[in-house]
Design a binder for this molecule. Structure first.
Ligand SMILES: C[S@@+](CC[C@H](N)C(=O)[O-])C[C@H]1O[C@@H](n2cnc3c(N)ncnc32)[C@H](O)[C@@H]1O
Length: 177
C-alpha cells in the first residue's frame, strides 16, 4: 500500500534529518557505543507526496524515501534500527524493507508510539546511544512520553509536529478553552 502524505516540505525535512544522521554516525564512529536509530512513527518507509490539496502527485517513477529508508541508506550507519508504526499496512511494508536489507539489524514493532518510546528508552544500556525521530501526523504523542526520553540521557531527539495543529489548539483572547 502506498503511503500518500507530505509534500515539498517533507523532502526538505528529510534532507535535514539525513544530514544530521550522517554527522551523528560519523562523529561517534570511533566511540565504544552501540548506535541505534529509532523511528516511533515510521510510516511505510517511502511515500508518494501530495499537492496543496492533499492529492497524490506523481512527479517521479519512484516513491520518495521516507525517514526509515533515509536512515537505512546513511553511510556508516547505525548498529540497530527500530521501526515502529501503528498502521498494520505500514508495518507490513517495514517488514518487507527489513527483508531487503539482510545485512542490517532491523527490528519492526507495531505499538502505539506512547508505548514504544518508554520501552525503547528502558532497553538502552550504558554503552548505547540513539537518535529518536518522533514524526506524528498530529497530536498522537503524549507529553509525558517525552519524560522517558529525557530521563534516559542517551537519546538525541528529533520531535517534529505540525504547527497548524498547535496553532489551532492554542487558546485565543486569554481564554483557557
Ligand atoms: C507523518 S507519518 C510518518 C512519516 C515518516 N516519518 C516518513 O518520513 O516517512 C505518521 C505515521 O504515524 C503513524 N501513527 C499514527 N498514530 C500512531 C501512534 N499512536 N503510534 C504509532 N504510529 C502512529 C501513521 O500510521 C503514520 O505512518
Amino acid at each position: 500500500m502506498k503511503h500518500v502524505f507530505g509534500g515539498i516540505w517533507t523532502r526538505k525535512k528529510l534532507a535535514v534529518l539525513e544530514a544530521y544522521l550522517k554527522f551523528y554516525a560519523s562523529a561517534l564512529k570511533n566511540q565504544p557505543f552501540t548506535l541505534h536509530y529509532a523511528d516511533a512513527f515510521s510510516g511505510a518507509g517511502s511515500h508518494v507526496p501530495t499537492d496543496e490539496e492533499g492529492q497524490a502527485v506523481l512527479v517521479a517513477q519512484e516513491d520518495f524515501k521516507g525517514s526509515a529508508l533515509t536512515a537505512l541508506d546513511v553511510e556508516l550507519g547505525f548498529h540497530r534500527y527500530h521501526f515502529n508504526d501503528l498502521n498494520p499496512e505500514h508495518v507490513r511494508e517495514l517488514m518487507r524493507i527489513r527483508d531487503e536489507y539482510p545485512n542490517k539489524k532491523i527490528l519492526v514493532y507495531q505499538l502505539d508510539a506512547n508505548q514504544f518510546v518508554p520501552k525503547f528508552c528502558a532497553s538502552l544500556g550504558r554503552h548505547d546511544r540513539a537518535v529518536l525521530l518522533l514524526d506524528p501526523y498530529s497530536t498522537q504523542l503524549d507529553w509525558s512520553t517525552l519524560r522517558h526520553v529525557a530521563e534516559s540521557g542517551k537519546v538525541d531527539l528529533w520531535l517534529l509536529f505540525p504547527i497548524s495543529v498547535i496553532l489551532r489548539m492554542t487558546p485565543k483572547n486569554d481564554s483557557k478553552e
